[in-house]
Design a protein. Structure first.
Length: 129
């Protein structure tokens, strides 16, 4: 993997951690290196495995892959692997529940269905995980 390619996910993860901590939400890193999620986000009663994804612009809108990707394949996440996807688009972060994207490999982040989870720029819209 090129250095630039490795930098983008690391930058997105750092932004999510920063914004969550800024809101007073505890964040932890996974205990094992190959966990299927990037962060643990503290909810009211439990820690939520959260996968960070970076959105990108296409002719069809702002897209984010909500599946596992490698150079050869795409695999959907299973319900027991993640509770949330933290999707970064510019400086905006969307915390989207797994149930909202279950069965999908890619979503249009700015569609009405997902825009409501833009949580880290507006205090009143912030759903507690």
């Amino acid at each position: 993997m090129c250095n630039k390619c490795a930098t983008i996910p690391a930058t997105s993860e750092a932004l999510v951690r920063f914004k969550l901590l800024q809101k007073g939400v505890d964040v932890a890193l996974p205990a094992r290196e190959n966990a299927p999620y990037d962060l643990l986000v503290k909810g009211i009663y439990t820690w939520h495995p959260t996968q960070v994804k970076t959105a990108y612009e296409t002719d069809e809108g702002v897209r984010a892959n909500v599946c596992k990707t490698d150079s050869k394949s795409r695999t959907l996440y299973r319900k027991n692997e993640v509770d949330f996807f933290a999707i970064v688009y510019g400086e905006d972060v969307y915390l989207i529940p797994y149930m909202a994207v279950e069965g999908k490999g890619r979503i249009n982040v700015l569609s009405v269905k997902y825009k409501k989870w833009r949580l880290l720029g507006c205090d009143s819209d912030w759903p507690q995980p």
